[in-house]
Design a protein around this ligand. Structure first.
Ligand SMILES: [Zn+2]
Ligand SMILES: [Zn+2]
Length: 392
């Protein structure tokens, strides 16, 4: 359908809200003779009004029934919706002038609704005439009271990753809220009075800024055996990867400076971790902060030929994961998705525990004692000394 005509409808009838991108269904008000009339229009053949469905409030219906032949003729001649609305507006204005249509009293509910519709209408008009109209969609206007107006942003980056964001408007006057799958380190705020295009541009700016970061974590996800997060989201800036039997490491990456050496924490028994920790300390200066390949930098740092990759068969990966189950709750993941992170340092035991499970366990023994921010006691499995962080 003709964009120009759609824009014209938005301009001439700002209170009449299109319910879809094809401009075939409308809900809202026609303003005529200083009055607002609630109407609902559905066009089977947009922009023509042939075969249209037209609902309106009773008072207007009575009046229009008296001009049925005019309306019938307009419909049969297949004029455009814009033309129809202009004629309808004039018809109503004349009706009011001649006292055929009484003025109705406005209610606060109606005023409230009108305010929302005006806001919604402005939003549509702005998006429709913006250069981002393919990337921004307006949602939930079809709810009768226009209570949940939302914008959805879409952006495909140069590496074919798709990013979306949602802007929620509580009311026409409150500050909108933007929700996007971005790391928390990236501040993305929108403010009242910003246009939809301005908000979209802010979102794209943030996405552009994170390209290096996402390239880097995509590299890790592709080449390493990542066990946490189970299904990484775009906002996740950490990865726990397996580097050997019963030993993994936790990488915390700065999304705003992804080539900086990440924070590395080893998870495993002292015995399994030691060689990796030593190698890391020896090779620390070798971290190539300009190098784009984090996987090879990491491999070199750990003194490995290559990092273990995820077994392609389910059994292989399940087998390895079974070894990592918490010895207290016998589960791999807690409800919040956390994996075991504490390991008994007795080489003959070396069983893993969730920090939370071990904390509860140690707390239940009067012999356990606290030192700084750790709780010390005995391993539930072998009675060797073990400790865990104190959880609040
Ligand atoms: Zn547990
Ligand atoms: Zn033990």
């Amino acid at each position: 359908m003709d964009d120009k005509q759609n824009l014209q409808i938005l301009k001439e009838f700002p209170m009449l809200i299109p319910q879809n991108r094809t401009f075939s269904t409308f809900n809202g008000f026609v303003v005529a003779g200083g009055e607002d009339f609630h109407v609902y229009i559905d066009l089977p053949n947009p922009p023509s009004v042939r075969g249209m469905v037209f609902f309106c409030q009773l008072k207007l219906r009575w009046f229009l029934d008296s001009c049925k032949s005019d309306l019938q003729e307009w419909e049969n001649s297949g004029i455009s919706l814009l033309e129809f609305l202009i004629r309808l507006k004039n018809l109503i204005a004349v009706g009011i002038q001649h006292g055929k249509l009484e003025k109705c009293e406005s209610s606060s509910h109606m005023e409230n609704l009108i305010e929302k519709i005006q806001f919604y209408s402005r939003l549509i008009k702005e998006v429709q005439s913006s250069q981002w109209k393919e990337e921004i969609s307006i949602e939930d206007g079809s709810s009768r009271e226009f209570n949940e107006i939302q914008l959805r942003f879409y952006k495909k980056d140069e590496f074919d990753r798709v990013h979306t964001a949602l802007v929620k408007f509580e009311s026409a006057t409150s500050c909108p809220l933007i929700i996007a799958d971005l790391p928390s380190q990236v501040e993305l705020t929108v403010s009242k009075g910003m246009t939809a295009s301005q908000m979209y541009e802010k979102f794209v700016e943030a996405v552009d800024r994170l390209q290096d970061f996402w390239n880097l974590v995509d590299d890790i996800d592709e080449s390493c055996w990542v066990i946490d997060p189970e299904q990484p989201k775009r906002k996740d800036s950490y990865r726990r990867i397996i580097i050997g039997t019963n030993v993994s490491l936790y990488l915390s990456i700065d999304p705003l400076d992804p080539h900086k050496r990440p924070d590395i924490t080893f998870i495993g028994s002292e015995r399994t971790v030691m060689p990796f920790r030593n190698s890391l300390q020896e090779n620390l200066e070798q971290w190539d902060s300009i190098g784009v390949n984090i996987v090879s930098s990491l491999t070199r740092l750990l003194g490995l030929q290559e990092l273990p990759s995820k077994p392609s068969d389910e059994a292989g990966s399940l087998g390895a994961i079974e070894q990592g189950e918490c010895s207290i709750c016998l589960c791999l993941r807690l409800d919040d998705g956390l994996l075991p992170s504490e390991v008994c340092n007795n080489a003959l035991c070396a069983v893993p525990f969730h920090a939370a499970c071990l904390f509860v366990w140690l707390q239940s023994f009067p012999t356990s004692h606290q030192n700084f921010n750790r709780l010390y006691g005995e391993c539930p499995n072998c009675n060797s000394a073990i400790s865990c962080p104190i959880l609040s």
